[in-house]
Design a protein around this ligand. Structure first.
Ligand code: B16
Ligand code: MG
Length: 216
């Protein structure tokens, strides 16, 4: 089966917002007196905001009400959005633009499949708001990665069968989601050692990898 569409995760694949997520959660956790570090942060890749908070609160003995939890996710998101003010096209990760141009030249459809509810704002800040054929994000789904919902939604919007899509992911939860959706998956960055992925690569700078996968 040949690949007709590539669906990109956003945070950690197209743009380096993952560091901003870390800094925002860290500030929120410090203010609440909850322990948080970079290894816990790694578990949050691809996971929704509310589920991320539950993982962070595993380190706390205190019981929080749903109202308190809502306030904590709001606080984190406000800090995160403030940090995103600094975001420009310079934050697009190496190799991404060349790859998108290459795929468009070869009539491969491109989409975003992200758990983030800030997807549209981020795409606008980095100047790619009109670049993708379709965008599926955290505002449109009930179940975040490792559930395949966001990727299946993106494929559906593109009108391409799941098995004809290649997912590009930096999170183990996203690799699981792609496989659960019967899609091919290329793991990059933090997920590049994930042996469950069909393909693995450290960064997106090498177009030859795509030439082989896509047979174009
Ligand atoms: P937000 P992705 C995910 O985006 C991030 O990896 C994850 O760390 C974050 O918690 C999630 O989006 C929700 O983000 O708080 O902006 O709605 O990697 O699926 O593009
Ligand atoms: Mg990601």
């Amino acid at each position: 089966m040949s690949i007709k569409a590539v669906i990109f995760d956003l945070d950690g694949v197209v743009v380096s917002t993952d560091e901003y997520h870390y800094r925002a959660w860290k500030k929120m956790a410090d203010e609440e007196g909850v322990y948080f570090d970079r290894s816990i942060n790694e578990r949050l890749r691809g996971i929704s905001r509310t589920e991320s908070l539950e993982i962070i609160l595993e380190k706390s003995n205190k019981k929080y009400s749903s109202d308190e939890k809502l306030k904590m996710t709001e606080k984190k998101n406000n800090i995160y959005k403030q940090l995103l003010n600094e975001l420009t096209s310079n934050d697009i990760l190496d190799g991404v633009i060349d790859l998108l141009i290459y795929l468009k030249e070869h009539n491969i459809k491109i989409a975003i499949g992200s758990s983030s509810k800030n997807t549209k704002m981020i795409l606008s800040k980095i100047g790619l708001e009109n670049y993708f054929d379709k965008v599926a994000d955290g505002n449109e789904i009930k179940n975040s990665k490792p559930d395949p919902e966001v990727f299946l939604l993106a494929a559906n919007k593109l009108g391409i069968k799941a098995e004809e899509c290649l997912i590009v992911e930096d999170a183990d939860s996203g690799v699981e989601a792609a496989l659960a959706g019967n899609m091919k998956v290329l793991a990059v960055g933090s997920a590049s050692n994930n042996i469950k992925a069909d393909y693995r690569i450290k960064t997106l700078e090498n177009l030859n990898v795509f030439k082989k996968i896509m047979k174009i």
